[in-house]
Design a protein around this ligand. Structure first.
Ligand SMILES: C[S@@+](CC[C@H](N)C(=O)[O-])C[C@H]1O[C@@H](n2cnc3c(N)ncnc32)[C@H](O)[C@@H]1O
Ligand code: SF4
Length: 348
């Protein structure tokens, strides 16, 4: 007597569960697309063609280029002012927390010039958040140094592990020719001043140099030894289509490019400098996890910067599969090193 009723109940509950599943998925599909910060630009959610990162890539070390604006005009620059967008602070923090939950240990803030937005306060607040709230082992910045003031160190220095200042030449004229300058201010004097502050406020000091046709014959040994950075990153000038090469680009960097052999000669000249970490084009191209101003991973494998969807919309796991990140090369170039100032045993 009961069996037809039981059968009917079973059918009804199956139909109900199918409906529930379908509608909950519709909800999350829409949730994924609509959630997010300020109205995104039309290209923020372009779905890239090629998922390629290995499934399960951990964002151990992330470079967040939160602004593209800059006060310098380096002729070779490969991250140019294509937009003036910066996420609201709370959205940036939400993204940083997502990265931490996905396994981030090191964050590097870059740009554009990271000290430009809100005179460095926006940057300082993110640095403090990453160290105090997220407890990241390593928080670092790459800057041209021109906008840094001593009171920034007083306010935020304790939360920062490493400050890298870019300097491509110890000859003012060469810096002028490269565009690594603002007006007549001395980039080199400023570099030395910041080195002093790093020592005073206990921040590890690093130098980045881009080797190009204007500085390839320079011997920087004496200055680098004097400045004594924890690391001297030496990059071979890299071309990126749409940034510093090709039609849509804001820079034409072809005249800065050097051959592999020229790069090797520069390294040979500086072989006695023990803190030198070389990065050829091959090593550099895909070995960085780069997030742009919308928190989209940028895939450089095709020689361009192809954006993923934003981690704020689709989460880290989905977005990172479109990053083109080469984890083996990251390890090969020494991407993982002693990156907490507490572990560096520096003599301040
Ligand atoms: C894009 S910049 C942004 C941070 C800051 N404005 C600065 O110059 O340090 C980040 C790093 O990329 C380096 N860089 C810029 N253009 C490059 C290129 N074409 N090839 C290799 N490195 C480059 C800069 O020298 C700097 O060390
Ligand atoms: S490389 Fe030069 S132009 Fe590019 S963001 Fe840095 S300072 Fe600005």
């Amino acid at each position: 007597m009961d069996s037809p009723r039981v059968l009917l109940q079973l059918c009804l509950s199956t139909i109900l569960s199918i409906f529930t599943k379908v509608f909950s998925n519709v909800g999350s599909w829409y949730g994924g697309a609509c959630r997010g910060p300020n109205p995104p630009p039309s290209d923020r959610n372009i779905q890239p063609q090629k998922p390629a990162g290995e499934a399960g890539t951990t964002p151990t070390s992330v470079n967040y280029h939160f602004t593209r604006k800059c006060n310098y005009k380096c002729g070779f620059c490969f991250h140019t002012a294509k937009t003036s967008f910066v996420l609201p602070l709370e959205e940036a923090k939400r993204g940083l927390r997502l990265l931490k939950e996905a396994g981030m240990e090191k964050i590097n803030f870059s740009g554009g010039e990271p000290f430009l937005h809100e005179r460095g306060d926006f940057l300082g607040k993110m640095v403090q958040f990453c160290k105090v709230e997220l407890q990241l082992p390593s928080v670092s910045i790459v800057s041209n140094g021109s906008m840094i003031r001593e009171n920034w160190f007083q306010k935020y220095g304790e939360f920062l592990d490493i400050l890298a200042i870019s300097c491509d030449s110890f000859d003012e004229e060469t810096n002028q020719m490269i565009g690594r300058t603002q007006g007549k201010k001395s980039h080199i004097e400023n570099l030395y001043k910041i080195r002093g502050w790093c020592q005073q406020y206990k921040v590890a000091f690093k130098i980045n140099s881009v080797i190009n046709s204007f500085n390839v014959h320079e011997d920087m040994t004496e200055h680098i030894n004097e400045l004594n950075p924890v690391r001297w990153k030496v990059f071979q000038c890299l071309l990126i289509d749409g940034e510093n090469a090709g039609e849509a680009a804001l820079r034409e960097a072809e005249k800065f490019v050097i051959s592999d052999q020229q790069f090797q000669e520069f390294l040979d000249t500086h072989r006695a400098v023990s803190c030198l970490v070389p990065e050829s084009n091959e090593k550099m191209r895909n070995s960085y996890l780069i997030l742009d101003e919308y928190m989209r991973f940028l895939d450089c494998r095709e020689g361009r910067k192809d954006p993923s969807r934003s981690i704020l919309d689709v989460g880290v796991k989905d977005a990172i599969s479109f990053s083109g990140f080469d984890e083996k090369m990251f390890l090969k170039r020494g991407g993982k090193y002693v990156w907490s100032k507490a572990d560096m045993k520096l003599e301040w």
